[in-house]
Design a protein around this ligand. Structure first.
Ligand SMILES: Cc1ncc(COP(=O)(O)O)c(C=O)c1O
Length: 337
C-alpha cells in the first residue's frame, strides 16, 4: 500500500489505490452538507443513485494566488450554473442558498490552507431507493479542493496538438449540455480517450450537424482574419464561464466576436485556434489532425487574450470586471452546523 501525504503532513493510509499511478494529493477537509469532514471520510455507498445512474451535477472553479492572497474566479457565476444544472435535473432544493454555498467554497479553501487550488462542488443523489426514478433519493452536497496545475500538460500554454473526434457531442434533447452533469462526461471520456490513445492532447467534438462544438472539457475559439468565432450556446456546448470571460475580454480589446455554427474545415484554415476552460484556462492549439494551425504556434489574438486573462486572475492587472472573490482570512463557523 502506498502512503499519501495530506497537506498537514500526516499520512493517509486508508486509501488503497488499485493502480500504480499518481493520485490527487489529499487536502485535509471536504465540506459535506454543512460540515467539514476528513478527506478520507468523504465516501458514499455503492448503491447511491449516482453510482448506477450518473445522477450528479458539479462545478470546477479555480482559486488563484494573487498578491492580495487567494481569490476565487467568478464564484457567483459558477454557483449560478450549478444551481441551474440542479434545477434542470429537478433538484430544486439543495438545502443551501447561493450565499451559503459561496461561503462554504471560500471556507474550504481557507481551512485547507490553500494559496491556489481547484474547487469541486458536487451535488448528487445518494443512497435510498434503487431504480431510475431519482426523486425520492436524498440530495448530498460536497465541496472539495485540491492543487491542480496545467490540465493539458506542463507546456500547454505554448500550444497543444489535437484531433477531431469520431464521437459526436451530445445532441440537443438527449442530455442537456447547458447542465454540467456527471453523465455528460461519459461522452467527454470517449472523446478524451480516443485522442490520448492516438497521441493527441485533446479531442474536438462536432455537434450532431457536423459543426464544431467543443473539446471534451473546454470551449473552443477560432480566429480568422482578425475575427473571433465560437459555437453558439445551443450547439451542444457547455456555457463556459471562461468562454464568457474570453468574449468580454475580446470585445474590450476591440476584437470582433461572432457566436455561430463553425464548419469543421474552419479549423484547418484558421489563423488561430484555442481552448478555454477552468481547467485548461487559455490553451493555444498548434495543430488539428496534424495540420498546423496558422504558423503552428500561439497567435497574436490568443496571446493578447491570454495576457489579459492571466493578468487579471493572478492579480497583476486590475480586476476591472470584478471577477475575483478574495478568500477571507480568519475563522468562521461552517454553515448549517
Ligand atoms: C464540456 C466542457 N465544455 C466547456 C468547459 C469550460 O467551461 P468553464 O470555462 O466554465 O470551465 C468545460 C469545463 O468545465 C467542460 O467540461
Amino acid at each position: 500500500m502506498r502512503i499519501y501525504q495530506s497537506t498537514n503532513g500526516k499520512p493517509y493510509t486508508t486509501i488503497k489505490p488499485r493502480y500504480n499511478w499518481p493520485m490527487l494529493t489529499p487536502t485535509e477537509k471536504i465540506w459535506h452538507n454543512g460540515r467539514f469532514i476528513r478527506w478520507e471520510d468523504a465516501t458514499i455507498h455503492i448503491l447511491s443513485h449516482v453510482v448506477s445512474y450518473g445522477t450528479s451535477v458539479f462545478e470546477g472553479i479555480r482559486c488563484y494566488a494573487t498578491p492580495a492572497g487567494p481569490a476565487v474566479f467568478r464564484l457567483r457565476e459558477h454557483i449560478r450554473r450549478m444551481l441551474d444544472s440542479a434545477k434542470i435535473y429537478r433538484m430544486e432544493n439543495l438545502g443551501y442558498s447561493a450565499d451559503q454555498l459561496a461561503e462554504a467554497m471560500l471556507e474550504i479553501v481557507r481551512v485547507n490552507k490553500m494559496d491556489s487550488c481547484y474547487i469541486r462542488p458536487i451535488v448528487l443523489r445518494g443512497y435510498g431507493e434503487m431504480g431510475v426514478n431519482p426523486l425520492k433519493n436524498p440530495i448530498d452536497v460536497y465541496i472539495a479542493c485540491w492543487s491542480w496545475g496545467k490540465y493539458l500538460g506542463a507546456d500547454a500554454s505554448e500550444g497543444v496538438d489535437v484531433c477531431v473526434s469520431s464521437w459526436t457531442r451530445i445532441a440537443p434533447n438527449t442530455l442537456p449540455t447547458m447542465a454540467k452533469a456527471g453523465a455528460n462526461y461519459m461522452n467527454s471520456q470517449l472523446i478524451k480517450m480516443e485522442a490520448i490513445v492516438n497521441g493527441f492532447a485533446e479531442g474536438i467534438a462536432l455537434d450532431v450537424n457536423g459543426c464544431v462544438a467543443e473539446g471534451s472539457g473546454e470551449n473552443l475559439f477560432v480566429v480568422r482574419n482578425g475575427v473571433l468565432q465560437t459555437a453558439a450556446i445551443g450547439s451542444s456546448v457547455l456555457p463556459g464561464i471562461t468562454r464568457d470571460s474570453v468574449l468580454q475580454i475580446a470585445r474590450d480589446l476591440g476584437i470582433r466576436v461572432i457566436e455561430q455554427q463553425i464548419p469543421r474545415e474552419s479549423l484547418y484554415i484558421a489563423d488561430e485556434v484555442f481552448f478555454s476552460g477552468t481547467a485548461a484556462e487559455i490553451t493555444p492549439i498548434r495543430s488539428v489532425d496534424r495540420i498546423a494551425v496558422g504558423k503552428g504556434k500561439i497567435g497574436a489574438i490568443t496571446k493578447a487574450i491570454q495576457d489579459e486573462f492571466y493578468g487579471i486572475v493572478h492579480g497583476q492587472k486590475p480586476d476591472r470586471y470584478k471577477w475575483l472573490t478574495p478568500v477571507p482570512v480568519g475563522s468562521k463557523q461552517p454553515v448549517a452546523v
